[in-house]
Structures are given as structure tokens and as C-alpha cells.
Design a binder for this molecule. Structure first.
Ligand SMILES: C[S@@+](CC[C@H](N)C(=O)[O-])C[C@H]1O[C@@H](n2cnc3c(N)ncnc32)[C@H](O)[C@@H]1O
Length: 336
């Protein structure tokens, strides 16, 4: 890994790279989609297999220069689109062998303090990954207290959401909150002084704001649904996630729409329509990084990899997925 490179290329340490490549099995060639291009590590590793083609997507224009380097190296075997993966259906129209999602932020984004993702920043509150409506600055200064509290509680699991939201509103009535360190100060003052947790007091608030600003849960649900529709029978959807909301959604989707879906009760009859499952038998156990990988790249410790194999059945819209996790979509909809 190059830690601080002058060029951005590959300056993100890839998580579970060999596991992802093994699941894609690119040896015999095929068409692969990297929905979260970032530092380009997965795309590059797949393209090293001669008969492959990769279509890469990322919402962040900061990675275009990395994509251009891959373009030079692999010519017409590689294509990049600056887009949100929820728009994947507007980019692709052919069937695909594997689609990969490596969710969340790249270290390229986190390290760039001007983007305001890190609570170590002294710059403007921003947190936009790209192609985003609102910045964190607009959210913090305009969203009403009730909604702010919900964002922090539901998207960040922040126990002291109420107090933090109240103090944000109080502070902004005196002066607009513009910088990351101003927000950090408000959070630290709001939290009980004896917080014993090992995590930074701002972690959960920052996670919640980032998810809200980028509508990450809505993106995930739309992205994985559309990706499933584009997979060949036998094609694989691979998702690396980093927090519990994402993992809960992915696990539900793969288990409830797979051939080995468990019955809600053993007293109920077998489902009559057995031709509607989207995925073959699904192994519910998530794959986690090895100790060796965690020692080399500590942020990988919270990663979980899940994958499912597309069945031969016709695609049916997974309405249950959207009804079950509707509360996240509702919160992410902006209605200050
Ligand atoms: C964890 S990084 C991916 C790193 C990459 N796998 C690698 O090893 O170099 C996640 C990337 O996904 C992008 N991203 C996140 N959500 C997205 C979305 N909804 N649509 C498109 N790109 C997204 C981010 O901008 C970021 O560059």
C-alpha cells in the first residue's frame, strides 16, 4: 500500500481483495461491475485477468484521475462513469458476471481534510461524496431539531441524540455553524463527561450526518435491487459493508430472497410459488477480514463481506425489502 502518495492511485487500502477476487472468479473472463471504484484496487485486480472487462462507477469526481490511469493501462477493457450506483440501470444494458459494492468512504476521501469527513478537520463542514443535494453545513444549519435528533439516533445510533440536536440548534441561533471543529465542540459539550467508550465522542454523529448527506441507505437499497436485475443466472453480487444498518439490509435481502429462505414458522405449509427466489442457496455467515489483514489495515476490522448467486428465475421486484427498511428511506428524504 502507498500511504501518502502524490498521485491518488491505489492510495486506498483495499479490504478483503483476495476474497472479493476469488468470489468473482475472473479467470475465464467476463463482464464485471465495480460500483464503488474508489482507489481502483478491485477494478485493477480483475483487469489483470486478460479476458475481463470492467465497468466502474463512483460518485466522486476526485477519482477520475485514477480511472484515467486505468484507461491508459487497459484501453477498451475498462470504462468509468461518474455516477451514483442507484443509476446503474442507466449505465448498463447487458448481463453481468459479477457486481461489487465496497460501501462507505475511501481513505482518499477521509484523508482530504477539506472535505470535512474527518472530525480531525478544521475546515468547512461538507461531507458530500459527490452528486449530492445538500452539504453537512446546510443540514446542520437548516434541519429542524426533531429531524436532527432522528438523524443522529436512527442513522448513527447516538444515545445522546436529543441533547446534541438541542445544542446544535441553540448554537446556530447565535451564529451559523460552518466548521468541523465548531460541531465537534458542540458534540463534546453535549456528551456526558464520563464517556468510557473507546470511540471518539463525535464518531456516531459524523456517521449519521455522512449517511444522511449522501442518502447512503436509499442508495444501497436501490443499488442492490437494480444490480440483481442485471446479473446473469449464476452471476454474483458481492457487498462489503462497514456498519450494522448496511449489514442488516444486505443480510435480509440475500436470506429472504434466496432458495434456502427459512419459513416464518415450521407450522406453515411450504411456499407454493417456489420459482420466485432471486438467489441460489445463501450462506448466512458473513466473511470477515483475517487477523493479518486487520493488523495491516485497522479500519478493515468492522468490514463484513456477503455475496449471493443469482438464480435462473425471472426478476421480481423485492417489495418486502423496501417495506421492511422504509424508516431509513423516510429519514433520508429531505424535509427540514
Ligand atoms: C470504500 S471506497 C471503495 C474502495 C475501492 N474498492 C478500492 O479498493 O480502491 C468507496 C467508494 O465508493 C464511492 N461511493 C459510495 N457510495 C456511492 C454511490 N452511492 N454511488 C457511487 N459511488 C459511491 C465513494 O465515493 C468511494 O470512492
Amino acid at each position: 500500500m502507498k500511504t501518502q502518495t502524490t498521485s491518488l492511485e491505489f492510495s486506498h487500502f483495499p479490504v478483503m481483495l483476495s476474497e472479493v477476487i476469488h468470489i468473482c472468479s475472473p479467470k475465464k473472463g467476463g463482464l464485471f461491475v465495480d460500483c464503488t471504484f474508489g482507489g481502483g484496487n478491485y477494478s485493477n485486480a480483475i483487469l489483470e485477468f486478460p479476458k475481463t472487462k470492467v465497468i466502474a462507477i463512483d460518485r466522486d469526481k476526485a477519482v477520475i484521475s485514477i480511472a484515467k490511469n486505468l484507461q491508459k493501462k487497459f484501453k477498451n477493457r475498462f470504462q468509468f462513469h461518474q455516477s451514483k450506483f442507484s443509476q446503474i440501470d442507466t449505465i448498463l444494458n447487458s448481463e453481468v458476471d459479477a457486481i461489487i459494492f465496497d460501501l462507505g468512504l475511501s481513505s482518499i476521501q477521509l484523508r482530504d481534510l477539506k472535505r470535512g469527513f474527518s472530525f480531525k478537520s478544521r475546515d468547512k463542514l461538507d461531507m458530500r461524496m459527490g452528486l449530492t443535494e445538500l452539504s453537512a453545513l446546510e443540514v446542520i444549519n437548516n434541519v429542524n431539531e426533531k429531524k436532527l435528533k432522528l438523524i443522529l439516533k436512527i442513522l448513527g445510533d447516538e444515545k445522546e441524540a436529543s441533547k446534541i440536536a438541542k445544542n446544535i440548534v441553540k448554537a446556530r441561533q447565535e451564529k451559523k455553524i460552518t466548521k468541523v471543529d465548531e460541531l465537534v465542540e458542540i458534540i463534546e459539550k453535549s456528551k456526558k463527561k464520563n464517556y468510557s467508550s473507546k470511540i471518539n465522542p463525535s464518531t456516531k454523529t459524523f456517521q449519521a450526518l455522512r449517511i444522511f448527506v449522501n442518502k447512503e441507505i436509499t442508495e444501497l437499497m436501490e443499488g442492490i435491487t437494480k444490480a440483481t436485475q442485471l446479473l446473469k443466472p449464476g452471476g454474483r453480487i458481492i457487498i462489503v459493508s462497514f456498519h450494522s444498518i448496511e449489514d442488516k439490509i444486505v443480510k435480509f435481502f440475500f436470506s429472504n430472497f434466496s432458495q434456502n429462505k427459512s419459513k416464518p414458522s415450521r407450522y406453515l405449509p411450504e411456499e407454493i410459488n417456489n420459482n420466485s427466489f432471486l438467489f441460489e442457496n445463501y450462506n448466512k455467515k458473513a466473511i470477515k477480514p483475517s487477523i493479518n489483514e486487520i493488523n495491516k489495515n485497522n479500519p478493515s476490522r468492522s468490514a463484513k463481506l456477503r455475496f449471493a448467486t443469482r438464480s435462473k428465475n425471472k426478476f421480481v421486484y423485492p417489495a418486502n425489502l423496501f417495506s421492511k427498511f422504509n424508516k431509513y428511506i423516510d429519514i433520508e428524504a429531505h424535509n427540514a
